[in-house]
Design a protein around this ligand. Structure first.
Ligand SMILES: [Zn+2]
Length: 182
C-alpha cells in the first residue's frame, strides 16, 4: 500500500511541475493540436498563397494546425472589394476571407493572406505597428514594401493561447470583420 501511495504523490507532483512551466495552459490542455479547415476551393489563382500561408501557421503553432478542408474558413478570390481584402467570422476557426485581386497586385500577397487567416485564428489588427508584426497588415511602418509574412513571437504565442482548449470555452472573440488597410 505504501508503494501505491508514493506513486500517486509523485504523479501529482509532476503535474504541478508541468503546470508551473506553462502558465495559462494548465486547464485541459489538449494532447493533440486542433485542426482548423482553411479551404482554397474558391481561391482561384491564389491557391498557392493559401497553401504557403497554412504552412507558415502550421510551423508557428502547436495547439492549432490548418488543413485544406471545408467547414472552417473559406478563402474566396474577388475582382475588387470596396474596402479591400477582409475577413469576417467568429475569429475562432470559422468565417470567410475575401481576397481583392486589385489590392493583392499592389502588396506582398503572402503577407496579406497569412494576415487574414490570422484573424480567423483570433488575432485582431495592430495597425501602425512594425513590419515584423503580421497583424499590422498594410498599414505598417514600411507600407507596401513590407515583405514579412511571419507572425511575430507574440502573435504566435497569442494564437497558441487562444487554441489551448481547442474549440472549447472560453470563446475568445465575438464575431467581427477586419479589413486589410493599405
Ligand atoms: Zn486585418
Amino acid at each position: 500500500m505504501s508503494i501505491r501511495r508514493s506513486f500517486v504523490l509523485t504523479a501529482g507532483a509532476a503535474v504541478l511541475s508541468l503546470s508551473g512551466l506553462v502558465p495559462g495552459t494548465a486547464i485541459a490542455a489538449p494532447i493533440t493540436a486542433t485542426t482548423v479547415c482553411v479551404s482554397d476551393a474558391q481561391a482561384a489563382e491564389f491557391k498557392d498563397l493559401v497553401t504557403q500561408a497554412r504552412g507558415i501557421w502550421n510551423g508557428a503553432e502547436k495547439n492549432v494546425q490548418l488543413s485544406n478542408c471545408s467547414g472552417g474558413i473559406k478563402v474566396i478570390a474577388k475582382d475588387k472589394l470596396p474596402g479591400g481584402s477582409y475577413y469576417t467570422g467568429d475569429g475562432h476557426g470559422h468565417g470567410t476571407v475575401y481576397l481583392d485581386r486589385s489590392q493583392i497586385a499592389q502588396v506582398y500577397g503572402l503577407r496579406l493572406v497569412t494576415h487574414e487567416i490570422g484573424h480567423g485564428l483570433g488575432l485582431g489588427d495592430t495597425y501602425d505597428g512594425p513590419c515584423s508584426d503580421l497583424m499590422s497588415g498594410g498599414r505598417n511602418s514600411e507600407g507596401a514594401a513590407c515583405r514579412n509574412a511571419q507572425p511575430s513571437a507574440a502573435e504566435r504565442a497569442e494564437v497558441d493561447q487562444r487554441w489551448a482548449n481547442g474549440y472549447g470555452a472560453p470563446q475568445q472573440r465575438d464575431s467581427f470583420t477586419a479589413v486589410y488597410a493599405g
